[in-house]
Design a binder for this molecule. Sequence first.
Ligand code: HEM
Length: 507
Amino acid sequence: MVNLIVSSLLGLVTIGLSSKMLSWRKAYIVAKSTKFPVFSSPVHLTDIWWLTLYTLLVPFLNLLPKHWKTPWLPMAQVWNIWKFGHKPFQEAGTDTFVLATPQGNLLWTCDPSVCSQLGTQHPKSQIAVNMLKFFEVYGPTVGSVEGDEWKSHRRVIVSGFNPSTNAAVWKETTQQTSALVDRWLEQGSIVPVMKHWTSRLALHVISAVFFRKSLDWDEYTRDFEPAPPGHQLSYEQALFTVLARLGILYVTPRALLGILPMKCFREAPKTKSILAVYPEYQRKIQGDLDRQQNESPQEERSVEREYQTFQNGWLGAVLKEVLRLYCVVQFIPRVIVAPINVVDSKGETHAIPEKTLCLLNFSGAFQNPGTWCRRAVSAERRAELHDSPALDFDPSRWLESGDVTAAGESKEGNAPLLFPFGQGPHSCPGRLFAQVELTAALAIFLKNHSLELVVDEQTTRSCGGDEKTAWKKTRDQALITLVDGVESNVSLQLLKELPILVSKRSG
Ligand code: HEM
């Protein structure tokens, strides 16, 4: 009897494995037809068992010889795609490749030409909605549906973004930023985790512009307002709970959401931290701000004019460079629903078959050293600083190229193409909202204030009291934090502490 059960089980496993091997072989043959380089991968990006276990398995898999794990292993670590940047493509010797897996083919690309075509060939290349169902905490959203349903969501959203929205964003951001800076100065000027405040600032602006509910910074020190009759939470309490628990909300099964007790906990890109590492660019922005203040009289100022002037100067260059190195969205998934042709950057045509899952890797595209010049730093020094992307922060590239649109997309034929907000019909409708907000926040802050790294006494002592050396040591540590402390889940965030001193501008 036992023998019968064991041999039946073995039989089932053999049939299962053979069918997997057959599908894998079939996928490999289909992948070859694209004429892109093809590599085998034992896992698919959406395998639940892999997503659950990969952090435990990767340390062991890393011991495999390089040719067994390249490039599938880095590409299978979905939350680390930003950290790998362009390296997997460099190791594979191509900017586009197909991973043949038993569950189907994954086309990874960081080739700007292929990314553009896949982003714009809608409806043949569609949002991979099955991968984005986790957005549906409260039901279908613009980011998790396709076809007519997506069109009606999109229409509603786009109608909310108009020129009057930009003016409201500008006004609210300047008021909120001034109030926030006063609060920082009152509380001792050192901000341990900048991200806690910048994410709240973004929420305050969204709340005021879209919900006509202005939040103030005292929310974080006083008790929440009591919930209005018929509600369990007040508006502020609901908003801050969702913000603080967004990651958990996305992954918790919907049936459990209403039952689980969610204890309330109050909690932009890394621009301010990077500027503390590069004080020279703060001074350049401040120079532009002073010139603009002197040259244009108060009555001639308007959001459109000021925004555009700042975008064309050092401030715009700094923001574009931050979005290049720390692109908020690491990659976007597209699924091919009818066969299409794409032409790569070398001018070669490739046919992409139906059902291919395409992954447009923004981190790889924007950190490609073949496209974006890196600073001259020795290999040893790069290794010492964990090859931090912040090392290659160079906003001057945007002013030298001289032909950049306000969207941060360089025009064809000049600087390389940057598309942090996506391209085509699904591109980000909040692009201008985000850019106006970032520009206003930075302009109002740097007009009268500066950001500095905090050099602690222990570091100064370890450098024999030499303040210059202590600052350099602190800066090296900050550069390392700007790679090791960055984590990506739904977006890219600096989670480790990087204390920043906010001070009144001296010169
Ligand atoms: C620096 C800030 C931001 C970046 C880098 C960014 C980037 C992106 C990207 C890459 C996409 C996907 C595009 C695609 O699939 O082709 C996207 C979609 C979207 N973004 Fe943003 N975004 C930002 C801020 C915002 C803001 C502030 C809002 C709203 C207030 C917003 C609302 C949306 C929506 C609704 C979509 C879905 C569009 C669709 O599928 O049709 N984004 N964003």
